[in-house]
Ligand binder design. Structure first.
Ligand code: C2E
Ligand code: MG
Ligand code: MG
Length: 749
């Protein structure tokens, strides 16, 4: 068969292609031995070589026809031609090879050449069976020559024919061996390559920490398991999850559900704890990747298992950090809101159930923190947390909301208000014993605000904000705890709305004072004016103090506002005096301002600055402000009266005053709260209260003023009851400075 020459374009050799040189060369002498091919055979062939080479052209044509008559071989030849091969040359080289057999070369070199022909046949896809046909033609051709050639010695014909058969057999056998050796070598190369890849894969799978295995779904067996998987799960790998028995019982359901999803065709991932040899559980990420056939039926599932304990604990730590207060280890604001939201969700599903939300603030914490240092402050917070935690149930949540503020959630309490009151008292008691710190005894008190679901709000933020404002009210009033009251609290939205804007309001000069005159009932003459704060809000226009004073208190901004009010009111008062109409001015001072240490010196400064004597100033405080810290209150009032400043108790009748105490204080005026005047004409009980207050005031050597007088009838009634002064819309609405000056000049008062 054709032996492609090196002129022809060779197909691209692959890595698994044919090797040119065999590692074990074919030994021609073995073939010679088996075929009894001897030197004599070689000699006889050699002797008649030229004669037998005759008629090569005719034989070439036979070979050619044979090849193209056979469609299978023809196809291979066409392909050869398409790749640039020359068929004529091919036929010639085949001829040369076969005629070469007649030259009597039976050595190793000739054997190697024959082997190479077989290799080329393999390479070109020429099957040995087709070569057989070419040999048959060759033998027929030579035998005809031997029989018919006169120049061949009669005696040599048999020997020549035998030698011919032997060399043809030899060549056929060696080319066949070359053919299959090439085939085997190619397969071996491919196998080696595969083996190499497999070795690399094995090395990879053996050195990565992930465990991998493949489950044959039909057979429900593990089709492959990485070395790591075998090491981890033991030799007997049970399908589909080899370490299933090491997953805690409570988690197995999750794994089974995930497996079902994989069988349905979804890739699934989950994290599960798996116990190790020593029973200590570690976290693993299990990932299942299904391989399905075209109809979507899952045939195999590739599984990956990876130790994610570190990641898991980092995440847990992170989660903990994001939900835990670092100082006390309690829940933080985020977790507190979470717990509150879940408690509300449960309560909503249970008719009649309620939830109490409490905000607790430590009154003296800031002072201790500032004087003892932050480390001591942190220590104190931990001690407070410990004590409060003790009075709560396991199901309650205590959280540190920030600074010295703690939050409590009491879920699912039947009578929430009662329960909250009880808890508030217990918390208060638990904090009342002094805290021993570095040999010192620190005393604390707390203020607690309480909001109850559903009475005080439906959602967690409303409730929390309501508990917060109730806490502030408790603080101003020095009450240990107070419940949220709809009317008195600043709404959360207002708080939000104003808190940002209030900060700049002073600098932007958005505040102004309005003045409302006070009239002496017996003389009808003006005897003072109350300064009432207004906020010219850029968007909302004139905002009344009820809406922002509490916010300012909560934001700790009240003192600078009080300072501004004092300065401005005294400045105006000075103008009125210059105008020849000196009018005493009353300024409202809220609890926080009143109790702040610098109040007296600031009032002194303001008086000096305006050049107004103390007798032209009156300070209005509420009963609660005064009573929240009687000792401090008494001291401040003494100092105020030393400055000549008068003191009025505002909204009298709405708070709780210790009458015996009032008697000892330098109070000048009682202001009857306007709520008693509204109905006084119709309600004899209100009239009785007003009468008692007037009497009480007089007994305490105080003047009594009624505020919120809107009608002449009420004014008259008050005059008859002996009330000294009145203030209200009936006389004048609060007026801005200019308006008030006009009123002063024009009015009969
Ligand atoms: P207050 O000190 O009891 O002031 C009296 C309130 O009654 C004023 O409300 C006044 O406008 C209103 N009023 C006066 N006459 C009548 C009347 O005939 N009928 C009715 N219905 N109301 C009348 P305003 O100005 O809204 O102030 C409310 C509260 O805000 C004050 O109550 C006071 O506690 C507080 N406040 C006002 N100015 C300041 C301030 O500069 N500093 C502080 N800390 N609080 C202030
Ligand atoms: Mg007032
Ligand atoms: Mg009042």
């Amino acid at each position: 068969m054709p032996t492609p020459t090196n002129k022809r374009k060779k197909p691209k050799e692959t890595r698994g292609g044919i090797r040119r040189k065999s590692s074990h060369p074919i030994l021609g002498k073995e073939f010679n031995y088996v075929l009894h091919l001897s030197e004599e055979d070689a000699l006889v062939l050699k002797r008649y070589q030229d004669i037998l080479a005759q008629g090569a052209a005719g034989f070439a044509e036979k070979i050619y026809n044979y090849m193209f008559d056979n469609p299978d071989i023809a196809d291979v030849l066409y392909a050869y031609e398409r790749q640039g091969g020359n068929i004529g040359e091919l036929v010639r080289s085949q001829l040369e090879h076969q005629l070469g057999l007649l030259n009597g070369d039976i050595d190793e070199k000739a054997a190697a050449a024959s082997e190479q022909v077989g290799r080329e046949h393999y390479r070109w896809g020429i099957k040995p069976v087709w070569s057989l046909g070419a040999y048959r033609l060759f033998v027929d051709h030579i035998k005809e020559l031997i029989a018919g050639e006169a120049d061949i010695d009669h005696h040599d014909r048999d020997a020549l024919e035998r030698a011919l058969i032997k060399v043809v057999f030899r060549d056929m056998a060696i080319t066949s061996e070359g053919y299959w050796r090439a085939a085997v070598e190619q397969l071996t190369d491919q196998r080696d390559e595969l083996g190499h890849e497999q070795d690399l894969a094995g090395e990879l799978l053996g050195s990565i920490p992930q465990l991998l295995w493949t489950v044959d779904i039909e057979a429900n067996r593990i089709a492959y398991a990485s070395p790591g998987t075998q090491a981890f799960c033991g030799d007997t790998l049970e399908a589909p999850i080899p370490c299933f028995y090491r997953i805690p019982g409570s988690e197995r359901e999750r794994v089974l559900t995930a497996w079902q999803q994989v069988i349905d065709g979804a890739a699934v991932q989950l994290e599960i704890p798996v116990s190790g040899e020593d029973d200590s559980a570690r976290w693993y990420r299990l990932a299942f990747y299904p391989t399905a056939n075209r109809r979507g039926r899952v045939l195999r599932v590739h599984c990956l298992m990876e130790d994610v304990t570190e990641l898991h604990s980092d995440r847990e730590r992170l989660e903990q950090l994001s939900t835990q207060d670092e100082v006390t280890g309690l829940a933080n604001r985020t977790l507190w809101y979470d717990r509150l939201a879940s408690a509300l969700a449960v309560a909503r599903r249970n008719p009649g159930a309620s939830v109490a939300v409490m905000v607790l603030d430590i009154n003296q914490f800031k002072m201790y923190n500032d004087t003892l240092g932050h480390e001591a402050g942190d220590q104190l917070l931990r001690m407070i947390a410990g004590r409060v935690q003790k009075v709560l149930r396991d199901t309650d949540t205590l959280a540190r909301l920030g600074g010295d503020e703690f939050g409590i959630v009491l879920p699912m309490v039947q009578d929430a208000e009662k329960a909250a009151e009880r808890v508030a008292r217990e918390v208060m008691n638990s904090l009342s014993a002094p805290f021993t710190f570095k040999g010192r005894e620190l005393c604390l008190s707390s203020a607690i605000g309480i909001a109850v679901f559903p009475q005080h709000g439906e959602d967690s933020h409303t409730l929390a904000s309501h508990a917060d404002s109730a806490m502030y009210r408790a603080k101003w009033n020095s009450a240990p705890f107070l419940f949220f009251e709809t009317e008195t609290e600043v709404s959360a939205s207002e708080h939000l709305q104003f808190s940002g804007q209030l900060h700049g309001a002073l600098e932007r000069e958005e505040f102004e004072l309005h003045y409302q005159p006070k009239i002496d009932l017996s003389s009808g003459r003006i005897c003072g004016a109350e300064a009432l704060l207004r906020w010219q809000h850029p968007q909302q226009g004139l905002v009344l103090p009820k809406r922002f004073i509490a916010v300012a208190e909560q934001l700790g901004m009240i003192s600078p506002i009080t300072d501004w009010v004092l300065d401005t009111a005294l400045e105006h008062s000075r103008h009125w005096k210059v105008d020849g109409r000196p009018v005493a001015i009353s300024v409202n001072v809220s609890a926080r301002s009143f109790q702040s240490p610098g109040l007296i010196s600031r009032i002194r400064q303001a008086l000096d600055k305006a050049g107004v004597e103390g007798s032209l100033l009156e300070v209005e405080i509420t009963e609660d402000t005064l009573m929240s810290d009687l000792e401090l209150g008494a001291r401040i009032l003494d100092e105020l009266s030393e400055l000549g400043v008068s003191i009025a108790i505002d909204d009298f009748g709405t708070g709780y005053s210790s009458l015996s105490y009032l008697k000892r204080l330098p109070i000048n005026t009682l202001k009857i709260d306007q709520s008693f005047l509204q109905d006084m004409a119709n309600d004899p009980r209100d009239a009785a209260i007003v009468r008692s207050i007037i009497e009480l005031g007089h007994n305490l050597d105080c003047k009594v003023i009624a505020e919120g007088v809107e009608a002449q009838g009420v004014r008259e009634q008050l005059r008859q009851l002996g009330c000294d002064l009145v203030q209200g819309f009936h006389i004048s609405k609060p007026l801005p400075d200019a308006g008030f000056r006009e009123w002063l000049l024009s009015s009969a008062h």
